[in-house]
Design a protein around this ligand. Structure first.
Ligand SMILES: CC(C)(COP(=O)(O)OP(=O)(O)OC[C@H]1O[C@@H](n2cnc3c(N)ncnc32)[C@H](O)[C@@H]1OP(=O)(O)O)[C@@H](O)C(=O)NCCC(=O)NCCS
Length: 368
């Protein structure tokens, strides 16, 4: 049963955050009832909040909610930077428990929605909410968010792995070209929750393939893979990318990123990356991305790359949850992931734009 609505005594003001909000925001963020439902640690330090306030990231917009002159709530929107998903923003919200159910969460969210709809023209807002967080689920539902699936065991909460609901709110997409026929090819089987692919068996030819870590000298081969139109279509790449950008990506190795190359006849024909999550309460998770040159599709190279990444995840990093997104019109990818024990957890509607179409993505995960 939801607690009684407490009427707010004062006027709610929502405005951009100020450096002087640090102490009030720390009091909100470090409160144990808030910590539980977010993904930071109870040992959050004051300077972390000061740094966060003084260094806004690209695409991040932060609002504070005041009541009777005190800052008691915080909301921020995080827009995706990559061009093909730049219509997406993530909503984050926290209100001091002493002021729950006074309409502050609603006022803060409305400010974020106004910015997203009327100034940034975002089409897809997303949020992740811990299963059982009835307050956040109720609020988001009131704002027009709909659940798209469940991320299993995606957050470590008070000694246990727990699930999160993935929600989204779509806007301005009613009349656009959205290829429904692609989706019907791979309807989700309601019994197993897995996509029931209608494909013919792909004949796997024996390939002399060697899997090894990526090397800066692989840059030219990788550039050939990633600018290929069919690869762009199934990933987040653009056919316009320049070789220098690709080289930069090759040389940047953020901590927690592990990459392999598949080599046949001295040429890199495929690659896979596994990124361990940087947030401590999600460090049991890794995110996969992969691509094989279209000339080498159907030869078992993706399976070999996947074996290498899963060996690393299971036997060296001890990851519990590996996740990925795959377009619903990519039967080969879905089939490979299914073979490797990934299950569909839900569908991100209008997740990417590319090759002249809007496409949904399955979010899939393998739990160990
Ligand atoms: C979720 C949270 C931000 C809501 O803030 P709030 O200021 O209490 O929200 P509001 O008073 O504006 O309530 C808005 C709606 O939320 C829902 N709601 C709030 N508390 C609820 C509760 N305990 N049970 C069920 N629904 C609840 C209701 O639909 C309510 O609308 P109503 O009052 O018209 O029925 C707050 O509970 C919080 O900070 N929780 C911890 C952090 C968190 O969960 N963040 C969300 C991540 S997206």
């Amino acid at each position: 049963m939801s607690p009684r609505k407490i009427q707010s005594q004062g006027e709610i003001i929502v405005r951009p955050v100020l450096p002087t909000d640090a102490a009030a925001i720390y009091a909100i963020a470090a409160n144990p009832q808030v910590v539980r439902f977010t993904d930071h640690l109870p040992g959050l330090e004051y300077t972390e909040i000061e740094d966060w306030l003084s260094e806004p990231k690209d695409g991040q917009y932060r609002f504070a909610g005041e009541i009777d002159g005190s800052t008691v709530g915080l909301a921020w929107l995080e827009c995706r930077i990559r061009p093909r998903i730049s219509h997406i923003g993530d909503l984050n919200l926290m209100v001091h428990p002493g002021h729950w159910r006074q309409g502050i969460g609603t006022s803060l969210s409305q400010a974020v929605l106004d910015l997203a709809d009327n100034w940034l023209n975002l089409k897809r807002l997303q949020a992740e909410v811990l299963v059982g967080n009835e307050a956040a689920l109720g609020l988001l539902e009131k704002l027009g968010f709909e659940a798209e699936g469940i991320h299993s065991q995606s957050l470590f909460v008070d000694g246990r792995f727990q699930d999160e609901v993935h929600l989204s709110r779509l806007r301005g997409l009613d009349d656009v070209n959205h290829d429904e026929t692609a989706k019907t090819m791979i309807d989700i089987d309601p019994q197993s929750g897995s996509p029931s692919t209608q494909l013919q068996d792909i004949k796997v030819e024996p390939a002399q393939v060697h899997i090894r870590p990526l090397d800066p000298d692989d840059s030219a081969d990788l550039y050939d893979i990633f600018r290929h139109r069919q690869v762009c279509r199934t990933t987040l790449q653009l056919p316009s990318q320049e070789s220098s950008a690709n080289l930069k990506r090759m040389r940047d190795l953020p901590s927690g990123l592990h990459r392999f190359a598949a080599v046949t006849q001295d040429r890199v024909v495929g690659t896979i990356s596994l990124k361990q999550h940087h947030i401590p309460r999600r460090a049991h998770m890794g995110r996969l991305g992969m691509a094989v040159h279209p000339d080498s599709w159907g030869k078992g190279i993706g399976s070999r790359l996947m074996e290498a990444a899963l060996d690393l995840a299971d036997n060296w990093l001890d990851l519990k949850r590996i996740e990925l997104d795959v377009n619903t019109d990519n039967p080969a990818g879905i089939r490979l992931y299914k073979k490797c024990d990934f299950a569909v957890e839900g569908v991100k509607r209008f997740h990417t734009y590319g090759d002249g179409r809007w496409v949904d993505s399955y979010f899939m995960a393998r739990i160990r």
